[in-house]
Ligand binder design. Structure first.
Ligand SMILES: *Cc1c(COP(=O)(O)O)cnc(C)c1O
Length: 451
């Protein structure tokens, strides 16, 4: 990706830390997007965070619109969440044995999300996805997984594949270190392309273990699933997969307990708000981010008969030394305790108000853009046409985004450092916080417009 021409002022201690980090950590970071590769410059090193604000090691304060990529839905260092973790810590950090709060967290998820009859905790979204794939393959005795371009499911080998030349062909490794054999069991299709999915199932339906899809893709920017003739894309996948004896896995690692109280399933599931009347349920679902309230947690769950295939009941092996960890489950439970219907209403209103502010500023500076949303999630694409798939998402003015991003950062607003990411608000993003963002937006919009 091109480096934005704008070079931000050096930030003393962050610069020093980044230089030290690059000597001992690849690119200086423990997850690639943090390196600012697509926007250029030095990432601020964060010393502390509270509510909607981050403070970096140089004492500069930022309004945070990343929220650790989703988990900090109640804001940073929320008193009840911190207190719950501190109390849990004082009782012991990890037991390697069952503990009460993992039961309560499983019950909470099951109470919210109809299709989840049983659930297992893991330590990341990636681990949730790879475990769900193993269950699907174990249940069907089949190998092939279907995924969609621009959908991210963590760094699972089988899902780091890219589309082959023909639609119904095998995938190619999408990363060095992924074997051709692994990628061959993955087929990558354009998101939202119903004809391509139908063609694939007609040709190879009996080989397909599962289709995995983001409940609403948010990792190429937010691209909500389309509805055709009253049938949403995800329930369409469900029906087709089931006709061929395959399973549907919806990845709600990002949208779960964030898009709505019940994730994106609250929008396109039965009784959802997208206006369709479809009655369907994914066979398996994956969770992460919000479910851990900021600690390393993922989970996968779904139909009891599938989940009971897991060891020690069944033949599908899966385990974890720290899974169901007492601190992590305490943080998750305390976060859920703050996420009632009123919290989601507030998140929705804040998200809408921020979208309006961004649109107003970009319109005033005549910057082409589209805002797309999935419940309380949204993203801003720097192009004039709607984005329906990954090819569309790649057709944006990423240089304009880079200029916009750095002006916002200099003005004290910490956006996701890539044009391909959702923006995250929290219940701590009050009107005063929105005012601070509104002050910076006009100059950032003018920077985006300048060439
Ligand atoms: C973040 C994410 C993952 C991976 O979760 P990690 O905890 O980063 O491993 C998987 N799927 C989706 C949709 C995500 O947004």
């Amino acid at each position: 990706m091109p480096i934005a021409p704008h070079t931000p002022a050096p930030h003393g201690l962050s610069e020093e830390l980044f230089a030290r980090a690059r000597r001992v950590i690849p690119a200086g970071v423990n997850s690639p997007v943090r390196a600012f590769g697509s926007v250029g410059g030095t990432p601020p090193y964060i010393a502390s965070a509270a509510g909607a604000l981050l403070t970096d090691v140089d004492g500069r304060e930022y309004v945070d619109l990343v929220g650790s990529w989703g988990p900090m839905i109640l804001g940073h260092a929320h008193p009840q969440v911190v207190e719950a973790v501190q109390q849990a810590a004082s009782r012991g950090l990890s037991f390697g044995a069952p503990q009460p709060q993992e039961v309560a967290l499983a019950e909470e998820v099951i109470a919210r999300i109809g299709p989840v009859e049983k659930i297992r905790m893991v330590n990341s979204g990636t681990e949730a996805v790879l475990s769900a794939l193993r269950v699907a393959r174990g249940a069907t005795g089949r190998d092939v997984i279907v995924k969609f371009a621009g959908n991210y499911h963590g760094h699972v080998d089988a899902l780091l594949a890219e589309a082959g030349s023909g639609l119904a062909t095998f995938g190619l490794p999408g990363s060095a270190g992924v074997t051709a054999g692994t990628a061959q069991d993955t087929v990558v299709l354009p998101y939202g392309d119903r004809a391509a999915v139908q063609e694939l199932f007609a040709a190879r339906g009996s080989e397909i273990a599962a289709v995995i899809v983001e409940a609403a893709p948010c990792n190429m920017g937010v691209v909500p699933p389309s509805s055709e003739d009253g049938l949403g894309f995800t329930p369409f996948l469900h029906d087709l997969a089931h006709e061929h004896g395959a399973l549907l896995i919806t990845d709600e690692v990002l949208t779960g307990f964030r898009a709505t109280r019940t994730g994106y399933y609250g929008i396109d599931g039965p009784g959802g708000t997208d206006g369709t009347q479809q009655n369907w349920a994914p066979d398996l679902m994956t969770f992460g981010k919000v479910i851990g309230g900021g600690l390393p947690v993922g989970a996968f769950g779904g139909r009891a008969d599938l989940m009971d295939l897991l060891a020690p009941l069944g033949p599908v092996y899966q385990a974890g030394t720290l899974s169901g960890n007492p601190l992590a489950t305490a943080a998750g439970l305390a976060t859920f305790a703050g996420l009632d219907e009123a919290a989601y209403q507030q998140l929705g209103a804040t998200s809408q108000a921020l979208q309006d502010l961004v649109s107003e500023a970009l319109n005033a500076a005549s910057v082409p853009h589209v805002i797309q949303r999935a419940g309380t999630l949204f993203s801003v694409f720097f192009r004039s046409e709607p984005v329906r798939n990954y090819a569309d998402a790649q057709e944006q003015d990423t240089d304009a985004f880079g200029r916009f991003f750095h002006t916002m950062l200099e003005g004290g607003v910490h956006l996701p450092p890539s044009a391909f990411e959702a923006w995250f608000v929290s219940t701590a993003h009050t009107d005063q916080i929105l005012d601070r963002i509104a002050e910076v937006l006009p100059s950032a919009a003018r920077a985006a417009a300048a060439r």
